[in-house]
Design a protein around this ligand. Structure first.
Ligand SMILES: Cc1cc2nc3c(=O)[nH]c(=O)nc-3n(C[C@H](O)[C@H](O)[C@H](O)COP(=O)(O)O)c2cc1C
Length: 145
């Protein structure tokens, strides 16, 4: 079964709420396997067909765990070419992190990315969660297309 990995980091729980809603949306599409994780290894990236990264912005940057994971994957020459990539995250005022990870997915790994990241300011309210569900659904539909 095609597999979607939703990998997220969250310090105060906002991106975690988003990740759960993205997963809820993705599993509404039949025939996809959805895994939500806080930690993954480079080989788990390789074992997924779509990689959706949830990453909040701290100090105008990506948080280090996810940055390191992709750096490690690059060092190990993990092949992610053509896999679907998407990113989302909570932010306060600038929200660069999801865009930065998408650039790495596209330019370093040759992934097939969904260009616009899904951003929610601070804690998602019900309309923010619904946007997350739609985003998850969109990724799953792209994977099954
Ligand atoms: C020390 C600190 C630095 C931050 N830096 C940024 C920043 O550079 N840009 C931004 O958009 N938000 C920034 N934020 C806001 C966080 O992105 C925001 O609180 C977000 O909801 C955190 O998500 P999380 O709960 O998933 O960790 C910062 C917050 C803290 C506490």
């Amino acid at each position: 079964m095609p597999k979607i990995l939703i990998l997220y980091y969250s310090r105060t729980g906002n991106t975690q709420k988003m990740a759960r809603a993205v997963a809820e949306g993705a599993i509404t599409i039949q025939g996809v396997d959805v895994d939500v994780k806080y930690y993954a290894t480079p080989s788990e990236l390789a074992g997924s067909d779509a990689i959706v990264v949830g990453i909040p912005t701290y100090h105008h940057d990506m948080t280090t765990d996810i940055k390191k994971l992709f750096e490690e994957a690059a060092v190990k020459k993990i092949n992610l070419k053509g896999k679907i990539g998407a990113a989302f995250g909570s932010y306060g005022w600038s929200g660069e992190a999801p865009r930065l990870i998408l650039e790495i997915m596209k330019n370093k790994f040759g992934m097939n990315i969904i260009e616009s990241p899904m951003l929610v300011k601070y804690s998602p309210n019900e309309s923010g969660l619904e946007k997350c569900r739609q985003f998850g659904k969109e990724v799953a539909e792209k994977l099954m297309a």
